[in-house]
Design a protein around this ligand. Structure first.
Ligand code: IMP
Length: 192
């Protein structure tokens, strides 16, 4: 089955294209970006809003995701609002520097990423899958690879030490997004 990706984020599109096993599902970028207001109260609601809007436009199976970073010492500040943390119009670097500054004298660095996927095949068949990746926020940026908060997120349990940005191959197999995709693939493989 082919899914159209409801996202304008080229980094996510690359990760999804690599993560999905084309035997079960393949993902292609949407030919047109649809603006969707992400004003839901949960990752699931936002993922659904994106999928529904793209389905209305393309009339074909859609894959959408909503993701974000939950920082234990800053409850409610990031989460579903991660993309807007620090204000509108900031670059990725400005956002994670804002985070590092707000955690400057904070001993609790625990954080996790969440990804909720929405596979919207048609209005009667809508499936959600969730993945999480636990870790902590570093005290400075480490590495240049990836996107978003990758340079300041140190995952637990990494074979290689350091941030997501320093371990792109590990991230590809073990991230919140990778875990959600794995569950989605198992589900669709069992239906095949
Ligand atoms: P979304 O595009 O609405 O899902 O926003 C997700 C927010 O979380 C953006 O600020 C992303 O930069 C950040 N984010 C999501 N996944 C990752 C990741 O894998 N690495 C770094 N930042 C991420």
């Amino acid at each position: 089955m082919n899914l159209i990706l409801a996202s304008g984020n080229s980094h996510k599109a690359e990760e999804f294209a690599e993560l999905f096993d084309k035997k079960y599902l393949s993902v292609e970028a949407a030919s047109k970006k649809i603006e969707v207001v992400e004003d839901g109260d949960s990752f699931q609601e936002n993922a659904f809003k994106k999928a529904e809007a793209y389905y209305k436009e393309f009339k074909a199976p859609i894959l959408s995701d909503d993701s974000g970073l939950v920082v234990e010492a800053l409850p409610g500040e990031l989460g579903i609002k991660t993309a807007r943390y620090g204000g509108e119009g900031l670059s990725d670097i400005e956002r994670y520097e804002h985070l590092l500054k707000n955690l400057e004298s904070e001993p609790n660095r625990k954080a996790h990423f969440i990804c909720v996927l929405c596979c919207y095949l048609n209005p009667e068949e809508v499936f959600f899958f969730e993945g999480r990746c636990f870790g902590e926020i570093s005290d400075k940026a480490l590495g240049l690879d990836g996107f978003g908060y990758d340079p300041v997120f140190i995952p637990e349990n990494a074979n290689a030490k350091g941030s997501f940005a320093q371990n792109p191959e590990w991230k590809m197999k073990n991230s919140h997004r990778a875990k959600a995709v794995k569950i989605a693939q198992q589900f669709f493989a069992s239906r095949a």
